[in-house]
Ligand binder design. Structure first.
Ligand code: HEM
Length: 151
């Protein structure tokens, strides 16, 4: 009787350890994997750029980009690589650093917030969970001082 109780207890303990290990593995997954890898990031970037193009608050900045399909494609590919690399994925962002890329555009706080709103809209459309959404915004947010040039 006693030994049965002991083996029951050890079985429960083993299960608990196994569950703990699984949870640890889940937490160890990169943001890139949790987002769904490059196909999911590409879908979010496509949707995000469409929203920016339709957003009269900021689409003026992207007039030349939207008018040139090759430039638009390059811009999207750069965004995908940047998010892929920043989230721990197997990509290498080869574009300009954020200060150089946005120098002289006169981007304001409000412009930045509008763009983030469009990104959140895209992430919500694909039902990206709050944790992953916040993790991604946590990677992009610190770039703000290099991008915004006026209050
Ligand atoms: C965290 C926020 C942002 C990120 C991560 C970001 C990222 C990028 C990247 C990766 C590029 C391409 C750089 C290259 O060509 O080498 C770029 C270009 C550009 N960004 Fe941003 N950006 C952000 C915010 C903004 C904001 C707020 C605006 C304006 C409202 C803006 C306007 C532009 C424009 C106009 C270009 C040039 C696109 C082109 O090549 O035609 N960006 N940005």
């Amino acid at each position: 009787m006693k030994s049965r109780a002991i083996s029951f207890v050890s079985a429960v303990l083993m299960l608990a350890m196994l569950a703990g290990t699984t949870a640890a593995f889940a937490a160890d997954k990169s943001l890139y994997d949790r987002l769904g890898g490059k196909p999911a990031i590409t879908a979010v970037v496509d949707e995000f750029v469409s929203r920016v193009a339709a957003d009269s608050r900021i689409n003026g900045f992207f007039k030349a980009t939207a008018a040139d399909p090759a430039r638009l494609a390059k811009f999207k590919a750069n965004l995908v690589d940047q998010i892929c690399q920043g989230s721990g994925g197997p990509c290498k962002y080869m574009g300009k650093d954020m200060k150089t890329a946005h120098a002289g555009m006169g981007i304001s706080d409000a412009d930045f917030n509008a763009l983030v709103e469009d990104l959140v809209g895209a992430l919500d459309k694909f039902k990206v969970p709050t944790k992953e959404k916040n993790d991604l915004l946590g990677i992009l947010g610190p770039m703000k001082p290099d991008i915004v040039e006026k209050k």
